[in-house]
Design a protein around this ligand. Structure first.
Ligand code: IPE
Ligand code: MG
Length: 232
């Protein structure tokens, strides 16, 4: 969800107003996902590197996050959304951490759609923790290093049990992944749009989905193989 700051600057508004307007887009996209049969959506809300921003912006983002969750709890429940967080939630202030933990517990039995909030998340940090845990298990004799496979690594990531992303959308004209789901995105299709997040409406999301639909996903195979295996 990038471009809130630039959206605000273009209108001579404070950056936090951009974040506030950006937050209004979130549930349009969530509704769109549910209606179109998407099973999971991850929102990159706050990166492990975003702590480097001015403290007023960081605090403003956290307060906004608290408010957005509170204002949309009933809606999430009504639409049977299962909420998850990836990232270091423990390092977040209590007023963010506690209501989120409660919402995660309360929504755990919902199955149709999973909303994952990447909060204080960084893929390299996630991978480092996974490696530490695998190494500890190997030292304790629970696993043999020679038997470690991709599934073991995937099971030690915070996304364990969640599907890999099929589509990653980066808004506001940036062309990079910025430490987001680096291993899980191995075969993700990436759509870049110049639209700033506060302008990322249902229509823009639908456009990104239709661009995704036009991509040929080969997973290492040839075009001919893919077309041969396609069911008519
Ligand atoms: C939102 O957009 C990203 C968040 C951390 C919530 P930005 O704040 O990165 O917007 P730009 O890049 O300054 O335009
Ligand atoms: Mg940005």
């Amino acid at each position: 969800m990038d471009g809130n700051g630039r959206w605000a600057a273009a209108r001579h508004l404070p950056r936090l107003e951009g974040h506030r307007r950006g937050a209004e887009r979130i549930f349009d996209v969530v509704d769109c996902c549910i209606d179109q049969g998407v099973s999971a959506l991850t929102l990159f809300a706050f990166s492990a590197e975003n702590w480097r921003r001015p403290v007023e912006e960081v605090t403003g983002l956290f307060k906004l996050g608290e408010w957005v969750l509170k204002a949309n709890l009933a809606r999430l429940h009504r639409r049977k959304v299962r909420l998850k967080v990836i990232g270091d939630l423990e390092a977040m202030p209590d007023f963010v951490k506690n209501p989120l933990k409660q919402a995660i517990t309360d929504s755990a039995k919902h199955e149709a759609f999973t909303l994952i909030v990447a909060l204080n998340y960084g893929a390299r940090q996630e991978i480092t923790t996974a490696v530490k845990n695998l190494a500890a298990e190997a030292l304790a004799g629970k696993i043999k290093p020679e038997n470690i496979g991709w599934d073991d690594i995937a099971n030690h990531l915070q996304t364990s049990g969640l599907p890999d992303p099929d589509l990653i959308i980066r808004t506001s004209g940036e062309h990079r992944l910025s430490n987001f789901l680096l291993l899980q995105s191995a075969y993700a299709e990436i759509v870049f749009t110049p639209v700033h997040w506060p302008d990322f409406t249902k229509e823009e999301f639908t456009k990104a989905l239709s661009e995704f639909g036009k991509r040929e996903r080969r997973f290492g195979m040839t075009h001919e193989q893919i077309n041969h295996t396609k069911t008519p």
